[in-house]
Design a protein around this ligand. Structure first.
Ligand code: C2G
Length: 147
């Protein structure tokens, strides 16, 4: 059984995400998605519209996805690959040659798939008026948990 692992926030699920998951599954038999937690999104300077539990339930409903685990840190990838006996880590090619993935080649294959043009969560939020420019940079204003 060939085991595939991918990482992401997967917020406001769209066909770019689905295409990535479909192609990742086609590379093996079992697809694990390490889903960024809300706390880790803050580290990535992302504020997801849907919280972790909602994003997890949506991913678990996708036929290509066999298991969803939390992504809490940048550093957990090596442990994930070993713990789940991963053969291949798959990411969209916006991550191509990123050392955080290239460093995994000691333990597994690393494959970058072409990113789907014309769609992104940021674009959806912008077009739905769900975000405002701050200092000229489009982003959801991240409000730290009060108290
Ligand atoms: N993706 C894609 N096409 C798009 C948008 C996204 O192929 N139009 C891919 C990305 O390349 C990524 C996956 O879908 O492989 C999930 O995208 P995001 O949720 O934006 O993930 P990201 O914030 O890049 O998180 O440790 C790695 C990070 O957690 C990756």
């Amino acid at each position: 059984m060939k085991r595939i692992l991918t990482y992401g926030t997967f917020d406001l699920l769209h066909y770019g995400h689905i295409r990535l998951l479909k192609r990742a599954k086609e590379l093996g038999d079992y697809l694990i998605v390490a889903l960024s937690t809300d706390e880790f999104n803050a580290v990535k300077n992302k504020k997801a519209y849907h919280n972790y539990e909602t994003r997890k339930k949506m991913l678990e409903a996708i036929r290509y996805v066999d298991l969803v685990i939390p992504e809490n840190t940048w550093e957990q990838k090596e442990d994930d690959v070993k713990k789940y006996f991963v053969d291949t880590v798959v990411m969209g090619d916006d991550w191509k040659n990123d050392e955080r993935f290239e460093s995994l080649r000691k333990y597994c294959d690393v494959v970058y798939l072409e990113r789907t043009e014309g769609v992104s969560t940021t674009k959806i939020k912008k077009e739905l008026g769900l975000q405002q420019a701050i200092n000229g940079v489009d982003q959801i204003p991240f409000v730290k948990n009060k108290g």
